[in-house]
Design a protein around this ligand. Structure first.
Ligand SMILES: Nc1ncnc2c1ncn2[C@@H]1O[C@H](COP(=O)(O)OP(=O)(O)O)[C@@H](O)[C@H]1O
Ligand SMILES: [Mg+2]
Length: 281
């Protein structure tokens, strides 16, 4: 669905995207991850044709160019900064944007109904957007991007500034879209969230791809060992192991366990192991 080959983008003397190659397969929920400033938004802007790379190539849908209007029509974009009209109701927003996409009549009405259901805002359609929480506005923005039934949905940091309830609603929406076959690319600097949601991820650091693969592969390859903190009558001990369950059973047979904490391998750990850096907000 998306293919980037050796893409480089510079702003002045600074290389912001550095020889990036990645592939997003049809139907995948793909996470482009990395700390703030890693080059995620720049990469998205290149994919949607808003920026031209200094080197490398991008193809969409096999051989399409991001500059081709027929290809652009297949994409839905949810930018990080909201683009909704606060003084209008949610319904009026969708009605307005639907007309911009060329929808009208019963097509428009049924599309509006469909996207409200997808983002779970059906009971708030008649409310002005200024009464919405940040998370609800984000969901409305996702609804707008879905009106024309894109086959590639792109979301830039969809959960920043979003309350946990809306975040879960957004995750549900993205999972439902995946079930419908929609390809989704999202960016995030929250690796823990991406680990829950994405099938495949690419991790960027300072414009460079540091890892790409399924979440399971990356965790198995780079996520390190499980860390057990075990307390028995003999005291507390910290154990690193690839076989935490067997280890717990073994210890418990020797000496009953009083308390236990387990830290599993994670994408966050994988990032730390690959780059030697903690990923912080
Ligand atoms: N238009 C621009 N001009 C100059 N520098 C830019 C521009 N856009 C982004 N940058 C710089 O490029 C780097 C990557 O930015 P960005 O792609 O927004 O990262 P991310 O989305 O991963 O946080 C940052 O250091 C940012 O300051
Ligand atoms: Mg960004």
């Amino acid at each position: 669905m998306v293919n980037l080959k050796n893409v480089t983008k510079r702003f002045g003397a600074k290389t912001v995207v550095n020889d990036l190659s990645l592939t997003i397969a049809r139907g995948e929920l793909f996470g482009l991850l990395g700390p703030n400033g890693a080059g995620k938004t720049t990469t998205i802007n290149i994919i949607v044709g808003g920026l031209l790379p200094d080197a490398g190539s991008i193809t969409l849908q096999g051989s399409g160019s991001p500059q081709d209007p027929n290809i652009k029509r297949l994409i839905g974009i949810v930018p990080q900064s909201l683009a909704v009209y606060e003084s209008l109701t949610a319904y009026e927003n969708l009605n307005f944007f639907g007309r911009l996409y060329g929808l009208q009549g019963s097509d428009l009405t049924s599309s509006i109904q469909r996207v409200f259901e997808l983002v779970n805002l059906t009971d708030r359609t008649k409310d002005r957007v200024k009464t919405y929480s940040g998370g609800m506005k984000r969901r409305l923005n996702i609804a707008i991007a879905l009106l024309h039934r894109p086959s590639l949905l792109i979301l830039d940091e969809p959960t920043v500034g979003v309350d946990p309830q809306s975040r879960n609603a957004i995750f549900d929406t993205l999972r439902n879209l995946r079930a419908e076959g929609c390809t989704t690319l999202l960016t995030s600097h929250y690796l823990e969230e991406a680990q829950q949601l994405c099938d495949t991820v690419a991790i960027l650091d300072e414009g460079k791809l540091v890892a790409q693969g399924t979440v399971e592969e990356l965790i198995a390859r780079h996520g390190g060992q499980s860390i057990l903190t075990v307390e028995t009558s003999k005291g507390k001990s910290r154990i690193e192991t690839h076989e935490p369950v067997q280890e717990i059973v073994r210890i418990h047979a020797e000496e009953p366990i009083i308390s236990l904490k387990m830290e599993s391998p994670s994408l966050e750990k994988a990032f730390l192991n690959i780059t030697g850096k903690h990923l912080r907000d």
